[in-house]
Design a protein around this ligand. Structure first.
Ligand code: SF4
Ligand code: SF4
Length: 367
């Protein structure tokens, strides 16, 4: 028995070491594979992504109550409008049928809290168990009119708060808004209420600032924000919206993003062309949406009133856009100088494979 115990122990140690070795080898080979595919696209994965929608961006309104120096909103020419109920419901319905799980209720420009129906729209999304994540980006200026508690209990999962922090002059300088006090009170109110409710919503403070981050952190009242928020991110670098925003428009530490990543751009189509679509307020469907200021780019792939999201996303036209970029290096005009360009890199590749693993049996119903 004594001998047997030691024998068993040796066996266990051997199995443990073998498992460890397998894990290390698996990690190394995965790392090498994803590093390679970060440089040279994994065409098999891209083909799978071409047939599967994961994310939906819904720009329920293109109206904003600020006028930020770094934002394309000041150059928007299309009609300011709020999405109709029919368009919204069909977008969500089509997305569910496509097996999608994550909705962002914000567009390239416009504040979702300017949509008078935003709460009932969030509740509609929440009523479907298939929708796992409901997110928005807001400057919070109109939050008191929408209702802090209403928003926090509507079913939102994540709220990204776009702000300068608590510097009134900077708010006027960058957001060119006279609603500094309202924004500040609303940000504090949503953080306090979220805590009181047991933190049902993840709240992320996204600073768009022109002074050093330590200055912002030390502003009166901001310590409470840091304690109550889930995280704080900050951004000094901004897209130029196809040359519309000039370096001279930005103040202090703010900079235009350098147009680097050219090597990646020529070899790797933007990851945002795969796995998502955006719906504009008039029902137009865009393959990306992040720069769709006037809804007139070649990334517009149809209108939700005439075809389903899956039909648009999987159409020959959409496939041709991606294929031309992938094989012939023909990049859509709107993407050519876009510094939001996002190559499919290591973590994203792993995440995509995980999503396919987790959802493999549930998705692709209509593709
Ligand atoms: S708050 Fe957002 S949408 Fe409005 S102008 Fe600023 S960046 Fe643009
Ligand atoms: S390059 Fe820019 S506009 Fe084109 S798909 Fe990527 S993020 Fe969107």
């Amino acid at each position: 028995m004594f001998f047997g115990y030691h024998h068993q122990k040796e066996l266990n140690t051997g199995v443990f070491l073998e498992n460890m070795l397998n894990k290390i080898l698996f990690g190394l080979s995965t790392g090498l594979r994803e590093s390679y595919y970060s440089l040279f696209p994994d065409q098999g994965l891209l083909e799978k992504l071409e047939n599967q929608l994961f994310f939906l961006t819904v720009q329920t309104c293109n109206i904003c109550n600020a006028n930020c120096t770094f934002c394309g909103y000041q150059y928007m020419e299309q009609k300011k409008q709020i999405m109709t109920d029919d368009v919204f419901k069909k977008a969500v319905h089509d997305f569910l049928n496509a097996g999608g799980t994550r909705i962002l209720l914000s567009g390239a420009v416009g504040d979702p809290l300017m949509d008078p129906k935003i709460i009932e729209r969030i509740k509609l999304c929440r009523s479907y168990p298939g929708i796992k994540s409901i997110e928005m980006v807001t400057n919070c200026i109109n939050l008191d009119n929408v209702g802090v508690r209403s928003l926090l209990t509507s079913g939102m999962t994540e709220i990204y708060v776009s702000t300068t922090g608590f510097d009134q002059a900077m708010h006027q300088r960058i957001y060119r808004s006279n609603y500094y006090e309202k924004a500040k009170e609303n940000i504090l109110a949503i953080l306090r209420e979220n805590k009181a409710l047991g933190r049902p919503v993840k709240i992320i403070i996204c600073l768009r600032v022109d002074k050093p981050i330590n200055y912002i952190f030390n502003l009166p009242g901001f310590e409470e924000v840091r304690k109550l928020t889930d995280s704080v991110s900050y951004n000094y670098y901004f897209d130029d919206w196809s040359g519309r925003i000039k370096a001279a428009d930005l103040t202090g530490n703010m900079r235009l993003r350098p147009k680097s990543l050219l090597f990646f751009k020529n070899n790797n189509p933007c990851s945002l062309l795969y796995d998502r679509v955006a719906i504009l307020p008039n029902g137009d469907i865009s393959l990306c949406g992040c720069r769709e200021l006037n809804g007139d780019s070649e990334l517009i792939i149809g209108n939700i009133n005439r075809l389903s999201l899956t039909e648009a996303y999987c159409s020959m036209y959409s496939k041709q856009i991606r294929k031309k970029w992938l094989t012939n290096k023909i990049i859509p005009d709107i993407c050519r100088d876009c510094t939001n360009y996002s190559p499919r890199q290591f973590l994203m590749l792993s995440e995509n494979r995980r999503l396919f693993r987790d959802n493999g049996n549930k998705i692709n119903k209509n593709a």
